[in-house]
Design a protein around this ligand. Structure first.
Ligand code: ADP
Length: 374
């Protein structure tokens, strides 16, 4: 770090400059006054001194000579040096004050604007290192706040959009019933009940999402065997897979894999991931669930040969409300929150959830990683 960019050194240099200017002017002025003193001005005094014949007269003449020669020189030098030092002090003071106050004023205005909700506010980075750090931190904070605000706005609009779909459906059925367009028979009520279930599932998902994102989820971390848990989830989802003419197979590399996590939350993640594989794999497809130890972690891989995921969609897959094919996912009841919750849960348990796919039509693989029991 260049030292002259540091405010500390600039302040020290400012003070040193005032002292140097004072001393320099003092010595220059003294030198100049000595050079300027003409011998003929001193001559009468020197003559008086040489002609003095009593000790008292000698003392008086000496004092006169000293007074005439030095007092003038010293007082003038001091005056010029003091004025120069004051001017130098004023100049360096003004420069330093500008250097410090300008960024501080900008920070004050910037923070006031942010407090008023103008999150795009940024300050210019000053040249001195210490203030540059403060300004950079301020800009980073403003950017983070802007991001939070954008996310909040996006969340609200997403929630509204998601709520509107089932509500519009319900409204349509009710109006149809009132106008006599729909007969009040079990089929109509079943359709209405489907929309209500969709609404309540969305509300449940949103509640779970807000909890998991706020880190308020309670976890019962224990050491447990992952193999039977995976078998249980597979057995639970098998009827759904069979109903869609899919093969759901288990591939256990080891008879026992002890993981350290919350068993219920692990099952919740697997239900979501295997459920997605069932949802996004066409008939006659195959889903393989394998449990193994990899890189000193327990991992559960869920591979399907379904519709796959485009490479450009992979980075967004775990974002809230993200769906690759919006219309298709919505018609199947998906709100695009499941994977967000699952990944947050995996993170909260010290693990991770990742997705891979070679592209559309190439199938997908989701891998849940959990810490091994110690
Ligand atoms: P959703 O409730 O819409 O399924 P998720 O968060 O569980 O929400 O999934 C987000 C999106 O990821 C889905 O809408 C789908 O586009 C894509 N996706 C998830 N799993 C798979 C999969 N096994 N194959 C292809 N696409 C998938």
């Amino acid at each position: 770090m260049k030292f002259w960019r540091q405010l500390k050194w600039r302040i020290i240099a400012g003070h040193m400059l005032v002292v140097i200017v004072g001393v320099l002017m003092l010595s220059l002025m003294s030198e100049w006054l000595i050079l300027r003193t003409r011998p003929e001005d001193l001559k009468p005094l020197v003559d008086a001194l040489t002609s003095a014949n009593t000790p008292a007269a000698i003392d008086a003449s000496t004092a006169q000579l000293i007074e005439a020669f030095y007092r003038d020189a010293v007082s003038r030098s001091l005056l010029v040096a003091a004025v120069s030092a004051i001017l130098a002090g004023l100049l360096t003071g003004a420069f330093l004050a500008r250097e410090i106050l300008q960024p501080l004023n900008q920070l004050t205005t910037g923070s006031q604007r942010i407090a008023q909700g103008r999150y795009s506010e940024r300050v210019t980075i000053p040249s001195s290192t210490e203030l540059a750090v403060v300004a950079t931190n301020f800009n980073q904070m403003a950017e983070a706040l802007e991001q939070v605000e954008l996310t909040r706005v996006a969340l609200i609009s997403n929630v509204m959009h998601e709520l509107r779909t089932p509500l519009t459906g319900l409204e349509g059925y009710l109006e149809g019933l009132m106008d006599g367009l729909f007969a009040s028979e079990p089929e109509t009520f079943a359709l209405m009940s489907h929309e209500v279930r969709r609404l309540s599932r969305l509300v449940d998902d949103l509640q779970a999402l807000s909890k998991v994102e706020a880190g308020q989820i309670s976890l019962q971390m224990t050491d447990f065997d992952l193999v039977p848990l995976v078998s249980r989830v597979v057995a639970q989802l098998k009827p759904q897979a069979v109903a869609q003419c899919l093969k759901l197979v288990e591939n256990q590399a080891q008879p026992q894999i002890m993981a350290c996590a919350d068993p219920d939350r692990t099952a919740q993640i697997l239900v979501n991931v295997i459920g997605n594989a069932i949802r996004y794999t066409p008939e006659e497809g195959c889903i393989t669930v394998s449990v193994q130890i990899a890189d000193n972690t327990a991992s559960v891989r869920v591979s399907d040969d379904g519709i796959g995921i485009p490479t450009e969609a992979l980075p967004y897959l775990f974002e809230r409300f993200y769906r690759v094919d919006r219309s298709r996912a919505r018609s199947s009841g998906g709100s695009g929150i499941g994977l967000t919750i699952s990944r947050h849960l995996a993170w909260a348990m010290g693990g991770d959830l990742t997705a891979a796919s070679d592209g559309p039509g190439q199938g997908s693989t989701f891998t849940l990683i959990l810490p091994l029991a110690r």
